[in-house]
Design a protein around this ligand. Structure first.
Ligand code: CU
Length: 375
């Protein structure tokens, strides 16, 4: 099966000529060059390797962004021009399910953890409206990693309960970006569920796939042990020690298992937008029984690897993974720091239905094999 490929301009390579010239400047001018001209840089020409993007594209028209709760993703953008996109997001504090018979008062962007998924196009002018529900106990704000500007919008978006703030930014860099609350104490706001993702789709768009899903890993630090029933409170000491009680996908244990499993059919191409809110841990994201055909590591706009088994996602970072599904069965998404998967909740299912292909995989003999030859 062929897999989707994306065609984006590759970064300009360092030419040997530029390298030799740069070394010559350093060795001939020595300290004078450093004092008078600033530190020498290794680019083939000024501005060529590092683009300055401001005002790169004309903005026409206006629309309101469609936002979705995990694991859903807004539809691909079909526009071929930049537009003004209005994003309306409200912070809501409310008790939610963290695991069976375990509740936690989550602070949410839009009523869910992770926060609602935002999808815009490279070059769009985003007018961001952040509301804070009247019954909130705290002021909140938002730092979007897609923003070029002070605090990622944090200072401009500080909003008291019952209030609304508005700021705008141009989504200049394509990629998959984390957003989070950055109100003091920041670790507390993040540990309580204040994070989500914004996709800045490249101008050229992403290759068509059959399913796109939103998966975000994060940690919860509770006073009670894992699975202890009832309303749980934040344990700041566990947070400081980086010893989470729960490590979960999409805000709770079992968010994508059983009836809530993600779905695909044999022959489908699947794209996962995977984020890691932390607040502390790096994720070793892996899908048991599948291999990533493409990985956009760290959520950038370029495919950086093929045929990848596990991809590392830092706290406050992301990755886009793509794969074709060739065999029916349950594919298990985990953090391959494996105690987290089996003892702290980092486990989700992508259920693939369809015709078995015994060329792809065949169980032949053994205690795990049924009479019909399946598992
Ligand atoms: Cu907050």
């Amino acid at each position: 099966m062929t897999t989707p490929r994306i065609h984006l301009p590759a970064p300009l390579p360092l030419t040997k000529i530029a390298l030799v010239a740069a070394i010559a400047v350093v060795s001939l001018s020595g300290a004078t060059a450093i004092v008078n001209r600033g530190l020498p840089t290794f680019g083939s020409a000024r501005g060529a390797a590092i683009p300055l993007r401001a005002g790169a594209e004309k903005v026409t028209g206006e629309e309101v962004a469609v936002l979705t709760d995990a694991p859903n993703v807004p539809p691909p953008i079909t526009r071929t021009h930049a537009t003004k996109v209005i994003v309306n997001l409200e912070v809501i504090e409310k008790p939610m399910r963290l695991a069976d018979s375990v509740q936690y008062t989550m602070w949410t962007f839009g009523g869910s953890v992770p926060g609602r998924f935002i999808r815009v196009r490279e070059g769009d002018l985003v007018e961001f409206h952040l509301k804070n529900a009247a019954n909130s106990t705290m002021p909140h704000n938002i730092d979007l990693h897609a923003v070029t500007g002070p605090g990622g919008g944090a200072k401009a978006s500080l909003t008291v309960p019952g209030g609304e703030s508005v700021f705008s930014f141009t989504a200049m860099n394509p990629g998959l970006f984390v957003y989070h609350c950055a109100t003091s104490p920041v670790p507390m706001h993040m540990a309580n569920g204040m994070y989500g993702m914004i996709l800045v789709e490249p101008k050229e768009g992403l290759p068509a796939v059959d399913h796109e899903y939103y998966v975000m890993q994060s940690e919860f630090y509770t006073k009670g042990k894992y699975g202890e029933h009832g309303m749980q409170m934040l344990d700041m000491d566990k947070g400081i020690d980086e010893k989470p009680t729960y490590v979960v996908f999409n805000g709770s244990v079992g968010s994508m298992t059983g009836d809530r499993a993600l779905q695909a059919k044999v022959g489908d191409r699947v794209r996962l937008f995977v984020g890691n809110a932390g607040p502390n841990l790096t994720s070793s994201f892996h899908v048991i029984g599948e291999i990533f055909d493409n990985v956009y590591s760290e959520g950038g706009s370029t495919i950086t690897g093929h045929n990848v088994q596990t991809t590392s996602i830092p706290a406050g970072g992301s990755a886009i993974v793509e794969f074709g599904v060739e065999q029916p069965g349950d594919l298990i998404m985990v953090d391959h720091a494996i105690f987290r998967a089996f003892n702290k909740g980092t486990l989700g299912v992508l259920r693939v239905t369809g015709e078995e292909n015994r060329n792809v995989f065949a169980a032949i003999k053994g205690i795990g094999v049924t009479a019909k030859g399946g598992e």
